[in-house]
Design a protein around this ligand. Structure first.
Ligand SMILES: O=C(O)CCC(=O)C(=O)O
Length: 262
């Protein structure tokens, strides 16, 4: 099985079908080079200020920039891009939210992260319908050597007990500006960085609205920032309900908490 690859004019139908078939698919150079450069520049002070990870999963030579939407604005547009939302609609259905938006800055010497499934944080019986869809945005060229994400294609039908052989993973090489879509059940890992340069990527992970998001955005993103964001992004950051009323605040729609005192 090969990693499906598309150009930036691909349809959501094609990406969703490929992700459903293989567990992952790449849309190459989706973000123009000048926008990638702006994203890198905006993240720079946070990369410098972020300590290395605290465990094997975070990576002892990796910096993870959490609370992304409290810190930078460059991903506001990408989080609600029509292609991204179109793929989400097709895979997760109508009701989803951002889960863990994180910058992942893998340093030289980092070892492989370890194969995992992103939706293992939810104690759901296996198999289950898709509840998590992740997007990995490459802000550097992702290469065999610098820690590109590695994915076991087709492993999204494999239960958590059946950890695949890491040698069966393919490396999701992709030029900067590309985005990889992958479902929460597909086994994958951040790769080893055998270069002397850092590898920067950002994951915007989404989860169905009836499960808890990994990051508590309504606390991580101050209301004075949340109030300025486009309404769809506010919804994706938790200012929304799963019908008929999951997520209410004092009996009212949570977006009402942003009204009034702008
Ligand atoms: O950095 C990467 O390439 C993948 C990271 C990852 O899978 C994770 O942190 O869950």
């Amino acid at each position: 099985m090969e990693l499906p690859r598309f150009g930036h004019d691909v349809t959501a139908d094609d990406v969703a079908a490929a992700v459903q078939a293989c567990g992952a698919a790449v849309v190459e150079q989706f973000v123009p080079a000048d926008e990638v450069a702006a994203l890198v520049a905006e993240l720079a002070p946070f990369r410098d200020a972020t300590p290395s990870g605290r465990n094997e999963f975070e990576g002892f030579d990796t910096r993870r920039i959490y609370a992304l939407f409290a810190k930078v604005r460059g991903f506001d547009r990408l989080a609600v891009d029509p292609l991204v939302l179109g793929v989400l609609d097709r895979i997760l259905g109508e009701h989803y939210q951002l889960s863990g938006p994180v910058g992942i800055d893998i340093g030289p010497g980092e070892s492989p992260q370890g194969l995992h499934q992103d939706d293992i944080v939810y104690p759901l019986p296996f198999p289950h319908p898709p509840v998590v869809l992740n997007t990995m945005w490459a802000l550097d060229d992702f290469t065999e050597e610098n820690g590109a994400t590695r994915v076991v294609l087709g492993s999204h039908d494999t239960s958590a007990q059946d950890r695949p052989d890491p040698t069966t993973a393919v490396t999701a090489t992709m030029p900067a500006g590309s985005v990889m879509f992958y479902v929460g059940t597909v086994w994958h890992e951040g790769g080893a960085n055998r270069t002397d340069r850092r590898r920067l990527g950002v994951i915007l992970e989404y989860v169905v609205s009836w499960l808890r998001a990994q990051e508590t955005h309504v606390l991580a993103v101050p209301p004075e920032i949340a109030r300025t964001l486009r309404p769809r992004l506010q919804e994706l950051l938790g200012y929304n309900i799963f019908p008929p009323f999951l997520g209410y605040v004092d009996g009212r729609h949570p977006r009402r908490t942003l009204e009034g005192s702008a």
